[in-house]
Design a protein around this ligand. Structure first.
Ligand code: SAH
Length: 241
């Protein structure tokens, strides 16, 4: 787990304070963390009240500066209860949906998690605070590049790849959880194959009407649970399909 501290090393009382979370969301771009209060309200009023309880997930959402991940023109709305455009006809999910999907993945400090659809990098940053290792794949090159720049600048550690998420990341498999943030019409087989036994695949499935599902790998198959209806951007097939 890597705290979202500035890239420069911290020493003395600052390091101690960072450990206590006092500087957890201070960034080089926003040293005063001017939007911290908005994040606190976002978590209290949009996320906790709707039933997300995992304290590590709530802390991650309080910590990651969502406004740093969205384009300039929508920054004022960064903490609103809604999805926002991030360019290339893609969106960053509503904070509540990010929180639920993260909680459904049941991350621990030891988990290895794969995200499909890096987009802005926001969900990947959240995952990096609650899991041991995070991998994320994005198919749209300019989005992948911008996410890499943002995550690096803010000090979040995520393995990034530009490519087709339908294939997963076989060299890094098996994963404890896979979180898919674009909707395929059906659950991709490669992603099921890359889960370890006991691992969880959190995925919106469907063309127009989508259902958020959790598939848990068991010794002899998969258990499937439907969570609620959702609306995600479609997961686009890779060039070869
Ligand atoms: N998780 C993102 C939001 C994702 S929006 C965030 O926190 O900002 C969904 C993303 O999935 C888009 O960026 C889209 O380009 C990407 N995507 C769609 N199809 C894909 C595929 N086959 N492989 C990888 N990424 C894909």
């Amino acid at each position: 787990m890597v705290p979202p501290a500035p890239l420069r090393p911290l020493g003395g009382w600052r390091a101690a304070a960072a450990c206590l979370g006092l500087f957890a969301a201070t960034t080089a771009a926003d040293p005063g963390d001017t939007r911290r209060e908005e994040r606190m309200s976002m978590v209290a009023e949009q996320i906790e009240v709707r039933g997300v309880r995992d304290p590590r997930v709530l802390d991650a959402l309080r910590s990651v500066p969502r406004h740093e991940f969205v384009p300039e023109d929508v920054r004022p709305m960064a903490y609103d209860d809604r999805a926002l455009p991030i360019g290339h006809r893609q969106t960053i999910s509503q904070p509540y949906v990010v929180a639920v999907m993260t909680e459904l993945a049941r991350p621990t400090a030891e988990s290895k998690i794969l995200e499909i659809g890096t987009g802005s990098g926001y969900q990947a940053a959240i995952l990096s605070l609650v899991a041991g290792e995070v991998y994320s794949i994005e198919i749209v090159e300019p989005l992948a590049e911008r996410a890499k720049e943002t995550l690096t600048r803010l000090g979040y550690e995520v393995h990034l790849r530009t490519g087709d998420g339908y294939e997963g990341w076989p060299e890094a498999a098996p994963f404890d959880a896979i979180v898919v943030t674009a909707a395929p019409p059906e659950v991709p087989q490669a992603l099921k194959d890359q889960l370890r036994v006991g691992g969880r695949l959190v995925i919106p499935v469907g063309r127009y009407w989508q259902e958020l599902k959790v598939l848990t790998r068991t010794q002899d198959g998969f258990e499937e649970q439907s969570v609620f209806p959702v609306r995600f951007v479609p997961m686009v097939p890779g060039r070869d399909e």
